[in-house]
Design a protein around this ligand. Sequence first.
Ligand code: FES
Ligand code: FE2
Length: 329
Amino acid sequence: MAQPIDQASTHSRYPFSSTPDGWYAVATSAEIQPGRVRPLRYFGQDLVLYRTASGEARVTDAHCPHLGAHFGHGGSVEGEELVCPFHGWRFDGAGRCSGIPYLSRGQLPDVAVKTKRVDERGGLVLVWHSDDGTEPEWHMRDIPEFDDPGWLGYESKRWKIRMHVQELAENVPDTAHFETVHGLPVLPRAEARTEGPVYYQRSSVPGTSMGTEDDEYVFALQEAWGLGLVWLRVPQSPGIFFLTATTPIDDEYCEMAIHLLLEDTEGQGELSEAQRQTVEMTFSQIEPDVPIWENKVYRERPPLIEDDGPLPLLRRWAQQFYPELRTKA
Ligand code: FES
Ligand SMILES: [Fe+2]
């Protein structure tokens, strides 16, 4: 994406932390096979993702407590342990040092590599992040379509975008931009509600504007599970269900990924040509937003009109993910 050089950093454009509490997608399950280690960079941290022989996905700090080697560059997995490429120290699921191949005297040192909480669900490796160490009290919904052999996916695409993670969530209630940025023929109507960490929204336009007799045409049912995981279903296209996942990389950038599940309507075990086009079209719909996100600032008290949609509700809901805003409330 474009790299603007003529304006303030992302961090200074936002009045709060770049890394709000939440579950964030760091990989699809298929992207990490047993015995493999992958370097990751998210939340301003160098991390590794690995999968043990028994199939457990784990995320730890990237650098070995011994002399600092990066596990993601030459490290390996043996059985249920992560093995450092430099001197072969081994680490267990809690991150504790569990073996040193050349230890001949004394005890194993009582050291550990920091681990992150992982929840693998619906074919996604989700990691919990909290700036102040708050533990999760919720997890993302289950995704039965992923385990259903009648569905295909994920079809995924990723972008690195110079924005704050809250922008994608704010995009949901921002009904007015669907007309200007995404070419919807009329201003949509959005009904939203929240339930704990989930924001639900139903978006519609009058049926006549889409050439139908119906009173309304519902074009999106969205669920945001925290700020990083927004699921979208289109009632008129029941064979498609997708996630827009946003994960903070650091104070400047987010990774945005779209992960689509599609029903295998023809039973072919692969996407039809029409489905491939749907996938490409879905990917392309995010692109007009990107230059806006990369260059905008956050208005704390925007002069909203009623037709601007339920942004105030989303912002009130979002406060729970910021330790600094929770303590003020
Ligand atoms: S740096 Fe990892 S074992 Fe020495
Ligand atoms: Fe948008």
